[in-house]
Design a protein around this ligand. Sequence first.
Ligand code: ZN
Length: 348
Amino acid sequence: MDHQGRRTRRGRFGVLVTAGAMMLLAACAAPVQQAEPPSTSFSPSAVASSAGDPVTVPGLSSPSSQTPTPSPSPEPEPVTSSPEPAPEPEPESTVVDAPEDDYTPAPVPDQPQPQEPVQTEDPAVQQPQPATGGGRIVVIDPGHNGANGANPGVINALVDAGFGQTKPCNTTGTSTNAGYTEHEFNWGVATKLQAILSARGYDVRMTRNSDDGVGPCVNKRAAFGNDANAAAVVSIHGDGDDAGAQGFYVMTAAQDPGGAAMAAQSGALAGAMRDALVNAGLSPSNHLGSGGLWKRDDLAGLNLSLRPTVMIEMGNMRNSSDAALMSSSGGQQQMAQGIADGVSAYLG
Ligand code: ZN
């Protein structure tokens, strides 16, 4: 995500913004020149069918030339005391029945089989132990997608973003100064996270199945977690902020459409995630949010989610230190480990 636009409204929530400012906010990523979006031809299936056409899109994720404005220190967010998350029923065995009988998971190549029983080291104690995940559903949402930039007519179509807001279907995301793209970073962390959580026995589902497709739209990504009845939803992004900004922050909905109980769950997930990322050796942002946490009211993925959900900006791709870490496989593995530990800490 590129947050140039939101500087127009940093501060407390509920600030009345103009339509023009909303459009800036909607343009989460770099501006994209495009024709008018097609009025009738867009459909998710058409998007999916175009996913196999990798397209190089020069110039579409270049940073805005907007002069950064000094930002007031964000007001501190109350650190959510972490109530015990509502325990999910433990399965009787390691065989897991997905609660959604009509859910057809999209194909995920090379997905590890999640429910391997853990064998103890002692051959005298060969009782299979259930994996900690217990088959609970975790939705991973890797932000953006590789062919978004080549399909502005699709991704710039406005969709519901919750609470009367609209947003472009999707955006291109940001990149490092060296040109390493956010969508590739997000995908790298997401696939590593998928492997870790699957090995722990979670039923991991991804909102997109490759890094060379288009979309899905932000409202579809939120619906994915809702439809899966996910125990936790983790959306992964990298920020495109001022060069001096460094570190991660975990975002939750300022106004949770799932109500107070669900807001508390998302808050508990966010707190566990922040702590786990710190334990993994990552630093909370020195620029945005407070203590690695930030509540937002302008993000469709949060405004439309009815499940415990966090959206994480893993670092600032325009900061040299963060960019080096985010561009490396080792750095992405470190981040994935931290996220996985946050999920496990929340879900138990
Ligand atoms: Zn992003």
